[in-house]
Design a protein around this ligand. Structure first.
Ligand SMILES: NC(=O)C1=CN([C@@H]2O[C@H](COP(=O)(O)OP(=O)(O)OC[C@H]3O[C@@H](n4cnc5c(N)ncnc54)[C@H](O)[C@@H]3O)[C@@H](O)[C@H]2O)C=CC1
Ligand SMILES: O=C(CO)COP(=O)(O)O
Length: 320
């Protein structure tokens, strides 16, 4: 049995994909009413409407029901991970714990694998990341993701356990690179959304994506990641997807910001908190990440849009 924690869009889509591949899946949600509803309707109407849960997905609100899992996929929003593990982590450590969230924890300024390792020090920790919208996975559309794990043998076992005929997993041992790619691309996607929402054009978006990628490289290399990881699915791949698709919540959030419109606060927008976390991290490390910083300031209302644009365009001319 594979356990999935968090019955949001992504957790539900992963549960469906794994179950269609013949795996028994137990999907945990904290809200007992949601569990009852999903059990009765076999649909996650709140987060993944229109997708029927296969029979081999059981839905539960009891952590005890996850005992004996071959792997536990943690599909919670990044900022909820630490609190969840502080309460429940001790009950999960028998199985490899696979982080499926993208972001940097505001409290510790670390990514999800370090948060898991801190809360569950004896667990084998891995990361599933890369370009995929939950809705695409749930429709069994072809997707390719990165399964990163520092323990090569455990990574290979998880790769085979979690891959399906349409969900192709590539393996990596560069966990730092894979998780920073996934975290930072959301910040750049917000910026790309701002550019389009403000009517600055596709050329400006391409410039922003490229210079955003340079920031991703700068931070990731400073923290020990490998450049080729950033060029892979978890970095470049996810950057392209998220900056160019209106399916992306980060892009849509940025678009609303750029267009001066409001945005539903109940929608998960990982790049918002991560922009602040990465700005703090960059400051501590003495790194210059101007796009990330501007996104954080814009979200906080500390600068207005014309000032943010002017500030990025008026930086000293330099070598690429
Ligand atoms: N939706 C997508 O297309 C993809 C999402 N992801 C990542 O997956 C992670 C989860 O995102 P989604 O599932 O899309 O978000 P979502 O907003 O659809 O669902 C989040 C779920 O987590 C639950 N939750 C929130 N705080 C919790 C807590 N403290 N304890 C227990 N449960 C809690 C919510 O009730 C909700 O069911 C994010 O880091 C996101 O970046 C990754 C790839 C694709
Ligand atoms: O991570 C994602 C695609 O790979 C999902 O992006 P959003 O969170 O912006 O919707």
């Amino acid at each position: 049995m594979i356990a999935v924690i968090g019955a949001g869009a992504f957790g539900t889509a992963l549960a469906v994909a794994l179950a269609r591949n013949g795996r028994a899946v137990t999907l945990w949600a904290r809200d007992a009413a949601q569990v009852r509803d999903m059990g009765a309707t076999r649909v996650n109407g709140a987060r993944l409407p229109g997708v029927v849960l296969p029979e081999n997905v059981s839905v539960t609100a009891e952590i005890a029901d996850l005992a004996g899992a071959e792997a536990v996929l943690l599909s919670l929003p990044m900022q909820a991970l630490r609190g969840f593990l502080a309460q429940q982590g001790a009950t999960l450590v028998d199985a490899p714990l696979v982080a499926c969230c993208k972001g940097i924890d505001l409290a510790s300024l670390t990514g999800p694998t370090a948060v898991i390792q801190e809360q569950c020090p004896t667990a084998t920790v891995a990361l599933l990341t890369g370009p995929s919208f939950a809705a695409d996975i749930a429709r069994s559309l072809p997707t390719a993701l990165t399964l990163a794990c520092a323990d090569a043998a455990a990574g290979e076992r998880l790769q085979h356990l979690l891959a399906t005929p349409v969900l192709r997993l590539y393996r990596s041992d560069d966990v730092t690179g894979a998780e920073l790619g996934g975290a930072l691309k959301n910040v750049v996607a917000i910026a790309a959304g701002v550019v389009i929402g403000a009517g600055l054009g596709d050329s400006a978006r391409a410039a922003l994506m490229t210079r955003g990628y340079a920031e991703m490289q700068r931070l990731a290399l400073a923290l020990g990641a490998r450049a080729e990881t950033l060029a892979g699915l978890s970095g470049f791949g996810d950057l392209v997807l998220t900056c160019t698709s209106a399916q992306s919540r980060n892009f849509r959030f940025g678009h609303a910001l750029g267009a001066g419109q409001g945005f539903d606060p109940t929608v998960t927008v990982e790049g918002a908190a991560t922009a602040k976390a990465v700005s703090n991290l960059a400051e501590k490390r003495g790194l210059d990440l101007p796009i990330t910083r501007m996104v954080a300031l814009l979200i906080d209302g500390a600068v207005d849009l014309p000032t943010a644009i002017q500030s990025l365009l008026s930086r000293p001319l330099k070598k690429e």
